[in-house]
Ligand binder design. Structure first.
Ligand SMILES: [Zn+2]
Length: 270
């Protein structure tokens, strides 16, 4: 059994603000250690359920956050940036199940450090008219490669977003968001215990989860924070300018549509 794990940092236990998420931040070392511990918890749960191959993709910022020598030796690690599939790099190799660890709610929603791909650029992203966050965008990449996302961990808000998006999914809320920058967290060790147990349980019930991939063709509509970003994004061939701050891109193939989404964000990034 092959298991794929995408690990972000905003949804890791006790992370509440930018001091934990940027490499120069005062709490970053502690946060990346907990990020590594939560990834390990997911690995242990997967192994207990019979996983034979586990690939972890470091999915935050520079994508060099997880501490390799502290990672469980059963897992292989993907790090660095850019990667063609970004937070889902490596999923195209074919896996039986995917986990999202340390994830966060989408921009414009409550939840710790809520954002979608680029906090300084993206106000909202719609896929075929429906608002989507990283959970949905990345789960659809997994779905494209015939892999169900069966476990999502983070704050209570991303857990709800995952259930609303994916329907049947195991979740672990390692903290309850109070505001965008404050939370009531479990003890970090307790969070790891719950992630390990949930990872094992989800894999043991693999048959009860469905693939997530909306019907094509695919239109990503990007509402930027300000109109200058939309000016830049609309330089990309094939885009449609929807209004002053909104640009869309369509394709029959989901991965091509996702590539278009990334290009628009890259062009617009401050
Ligand atoms: Zn992140």
């Amino acid at each position: 059994m092959r298991v794929y794990i995408s690990v972000d940092i905003e949804g890791v236990c006790t992370v509440v603000n930018g001091t934990s998420t940027s490499a120069s931040g005062r709490d970053y070392d502690r946060a990346r250690r907990q990020m590594t511990a939560e990834a390990n918890a997911a690995v242990k749960g997967a192994l207990a359920a019979g996983a034979t191959e586990i690939v972890i993709n470091d999915s935050h910022g520079s994508m060099t956050n997880l501490i390799p020598h502290e990672l469980h030796e059963a897992a292989e690690l993907i790090q660095g940036s850019p990667k063609p599939l970004m937070m889902m790099e490596g999923i195209d190799a074919g896996f039986d199940a995917a986990f999202f660890v340390g994830y966060h709610a989408r921009m414009q929603q409550a939840g710790i450090l809520s954002h979608t791909i680029s906090g300084g650029t993206v106000s909202n992203i719609y896929l075929n008219g429906k608002p989507v966050g990283e959970t949905a965008i990345n789960a659809a990449i997994a779905g494209y490669y015939r892999t169900p996302v069966i476990l999502v961990t983070g704050d209570d808000r991303v857990c709800q977003e995952a259930k609303d998006t994916l329907g049947s999914v195991e979740t672990v809320a390692v903290k309850q968001a109070i505001t965008r920058y404050s939370a009531r967290s479990l003890h970090p060790a307790k969070a790891c215990q719950l992630i390990e147990a949930s990872a094992q349980r989800a894999l043991q019930n693999l048959d009860s989860y469905q693939l997530y991939l909306p019907q094509g063709p695919y239109t990503f509509t990007l509402q930027f924070i300000q109109s200058g970003q939309a000016d830049a994004a609309s330089m990309m061939p094939g885009t449609v300018r929807v209004d002053a701050s909104t640009v869309s891109f369509s394709h029959d193939d989901y991965i091509e549509a996702f590539r278009g989404l990334r290009c628009m964000i890259s062009l617009a990034r401050p």
